[in-house]
Design a protein around this ligand. Structure first.
Ligand code: ZN
Length: 64
């Protein structure tokens, strides 16, 4: 396994979390109003964590 493959897998998980978050929000008035519901909270939290991890990985790669 290479570092690139690991990055791809993180990106894939990030994209999946983004889609799950967007899909939930599009059908949830509470989350649309930024008042996260009990179902949406862990979905949005997971997306935020993966987004953070992915951005950190990108920042690291830009240094080379
Ligand atoms: Zn919701």
């Amino acid at each position: 396994m290479t570092g690139a493959a690991k990055g791809d897998s993180l990106y894939a998980r990030y994209m999946k979390a983004f889609q799950a978050s967007t899909a939930h929000t599009s059908g949830c008035p509470a989350c649309q109003a930024s008042a996260e519901c009990a179902v949406g909270a862990p979905i949005h939290e997971r997306f935020a964590r993966l987004q953070d991890a992915y951005r950190r990985l990108q920042a690291e790669q830009k240094r080379f």
